[in-house]
Design a protein around this ligand. Structure first.
Ligand SMILES: Cc1cc2nc3c(=O)[nH]c(=O)nc-3n(C[C@H](O)[C@H](O)[C@H](O)COP(=O)(O)O)c2cc1C
Length: 208
């Protein structure tokens, strides 16, 4: 598939440029991220719109290398179990598809199969009974990823992180039972520049 390019009119707006330059980055340098930057990114998330202004998001942040690896491996184990249960006849194919090009066999060989070696992992939760929470959190997460890009960092949303709830180490996050983990955002200094995925464009319908 042909790669996307950024046109000149987009490149001259800082906001649009940031939107177009953000990528899901899955390889990171071994450089830690300053707490001040993490705080700025959290603040950008807090600026997101939310249904009836509930601001339902809570953030649980991991910055310890070994802790991140441990959570990653435990989540990978649950992910493999979930896929084995949901796709009993075709585990390898399902894992291949959902684990974003990770071969099923590689899952346990990688030191950090879920968080891709990023130095910061931010789990985002909200109260379970909030019907708008996943939309609010999607907006919050996108604000955070754009802020990260604007501050010179890269990121990736990690939906599989929701399986942290089923790991045996979940209690270490101290998330109350009333909250649900929706996803995690990983942050760090990227060590790859993936091409922009071609965007589908025949999906807008103007009605007069
Ligand atoms: C809700 C959601 C969940 C995602 N979960 C994962 C994930 O678990 N692991 C991962 O590596 N990428 C994950 N991604 C990243 C997507 O694969 C990525 O955004 C998509 O391929 C488009 O690439 P781009 O972000 O570079 O445009 C997720 C993205 C979204 C929006």
């Amino acid at each position: 598939m042909e790669a996307e390019t950024i046109s000149e009119d987009i490149a001259c707006s800082e906001t649009l440029k940031t939107i177009y330059e953000r990528r899901a980055v899955r390889r990171y340098k071994d450089t830690p991220v300053d707490h001040e930057l993490i705080t700025k990114i959290l603040d950008a998330g807090r600026m997101a719109p939310s249904a009836i202004n509930k601001q339902p998001w809570k953030f649980y942040i991991l910055t310890g290398k070994e802790t991140i690896k441990t959570f990653s491996r435990e989540i990978a184990k649950v992910t493999a179990r979930v896929f084995a249960k949901e796709h009993p006849g075709d585990v390898a194919k399902a894992a291949f598809h959902f684990l974003h090009m990770l071969k099923a066999g590689d899952l346990f060989k990688r030191p950090d199969p879920i968080f891709h070696g990023a130095p910061v992992v931010i789990f985002i939760t909200a109260l379970r009974e909030n019907e708008w929470a996943s939309l609010d959190i999607g907006m919050c997460a996108q604000n955070m990823m754009l802020a990260a890009k604007a501050l010179g960092l890269d990121s990736c949303p990690v939906g599989l992180a929701k399986y942290v709830e089923q790991t045996k180490i979940f209690s270490r996050l101290q998330v109350p039972f009333s909250e649900q983990v929706h996803l995690a955002i990983i942050l760090g200094y990227g060590d790859e520049t993936p091409e922009i995925h071609k965007r589908i464009r025949n999906n807008a319908f103007f009605i007069e």
